[in-house]
Ligand binder design. Sequence first.
Ligand SMILES: [Mn+2]
Length: 331
Amino acid sequence: MNTQVCDLTITISDSAHVDAARRQIVRLATEMTDDQTLLGELTVVVQEAARNLLNHAGGGDLLYSQDESSLRLLAVDSGAGMNNVAQCLSDSYSTTGTMGAGLGAIQRMSDGFDLFSQPGQGTVLLSRFNVPRGQPAAREDLLVGAVCTPYPGEEVAGDAWAVKGGRFMVADGLGHGHAASVASQKARQVFHDHDPTLPIEALMEQLHRALMPTRGGAISIAEILPEQREVRFCGMGNVAGMIINDKSRSMVSSNGTVGYRIGRIHVFSYPWDEHSVVLLASDGIGTKLNLAAYPGLYGRDPAVIAGLIHRDYKRLNDDATVLVVKCNTSH
Ligand SMILES: [Mn+2]
């Protein structure tokens, strides 16, 4: 997976939002591909997902992101949820009599599809299209999912996230809005361009120098080393790192503001195995995660896990970012 080039959130609470969302998302997608079949199917998927939010959940959010290798749509709601996912996926089934067929169509048209639903709690649905369509996505050893939303009312997020090989970063520019976004986007660019043979403590030092002309921010970097069965973590300021296997533990960050003032850079190492889930979250996500309340969640696609944590733990007064990494156990 590559660094995101866009993260878009559209709230669907009225039928007018369905058409607007479809137009907005398909217009963005044309920047990535001119495959008319793909764009046609994306149109259907956005429309069906948005209508499902409206008809079955009383509204919800579409979260869309894209890069040069895939287009990803999450539909997130806190509605009635599904008692029987398999039944809801069959085309003949509909609880409203109109668009229940949508779910089966979404699954059939998507290159990647997953969902997590709990009765009374709502649903998180993922639809992914590979670009280009013809070939399957590269087989990654590590799967990544992320959600990043701006401070409510702001046009741009002051947070950013990035992936390079087995390295992952979440940056939270101080405050919110444009100036925060300048800092976090600078961090994203430096991370994207960095030499991966550089130790992550040296990368943090590089980020510190690069962010000096900006207002700075909090940054956490995690590096997963599957052969050594460890994750290395370097955090400066308030971007939480967690590793979850039998139990969940917080990874240790240092105090400081990258680009302004930092102390000694520390890297901490934690045991990792193929069942571990690594999570990075900006302080727009609450820290008291109770993930035991979601049985079966860790078996889902990391984008679904990220969407669910974001839905239930985002604070309404900050940019909110959560990035989730897990092992690809499908090969
Ligand atoms: Mn923040």
